[in-house]
Design a protein around this ligand. Structure first.
Ligand code: 5GP
Ligand code: MG
Ligand code: MG
Length: 178
């Protein structure tokens, strides 16, 4: 699998350092608020798992599965809820834990939905941000790394459901798509 990678953009070590930094900032932000961290499946899973282990405050977790991509490398622009929360979010401080913000479609949809559901606050932490892909003017509250306008894989991010288990962020060799 690692032979399919053309280059590593962000190393495992850099990701882990960043996770520790973000956890500290989030601990300060949410101390005493018992936040509900919502992992956005499947891509947000590795980041969610690493992040909560570095946070030291009381918090709860839940997961949603939404999809905006097929087995393609271009966004369809469509958001579907494949799995909803088990938790009532009314009055809760919700923090979405995302893999990447690209067009912003997923994020915009989830923010609106959770405001409608009367969450006390709705914020987003993402390990990656791809500002060049934005179609909706929206930004995450906390960003790990900004990536160039490339299709990246690893640390939760897939190509046709593979590569999510890579511990780093990389770019695939062009022949892998063919
Ligand atoms: P958005 O709704 O912001 O366009 O995209 C969110 C989702 O698109 C991400 O959670 C991710 O699943 C997918 N996505 C966007 N850019 C990339 C990318 O560079 N690589 C991969 N593997 N998925 C991406
Ligand atoms: Mg995502
Ligand atoms: Mg995907």
């Amino acid at each position: 699998m690692k032979n399919d990678i053309e280059s590593i953009l962000i190393s495992e070590e850099d990701i882990q350092k960043k996770v520790v930094e973000l956890a500290k900032v989030l601990d300060e932000e949410y101390e005493g608020k018992n936040p509900l961290l919502v992992g956005v499946l499947k891509g947000g899973l590795p980041f969610m798992a690493d992040l909560i282990k570095k946070m030291e405050i009381y918090l709860e977790i839940d997961f949603m599965d939404v999809s905006s991509y097929g087995n393609d490398t271009v966004s369809s622009g469509e958001v579907k809820i494949l799995k909803d929360l088990d938790t009532n979010v009314e009055g809760r401080h919700v923090l979405f834990v995302e893999d990447i913000i690209d067009t912003g479609g997923t994020l915009a949809y989830l923010k609106d939905l959770f405001k409608y559901r009367k969450a006390a606050s709705v914020k987003i932490v993402t390990i990656l941000d791809k500002p060049s892909g934005r179609k909706i003017d929206i930004s995450a509250d906390w960003v790990g790394f900004t990536v160039p306008h490339k299709f990246v894989v690893g640390y939760g991010l897939d190509y046709a459901e593979n590569y999510r288990n890579l511990p780093f962020i990389g770019v695939l060799k062009p022949e892998v798509y063919q």
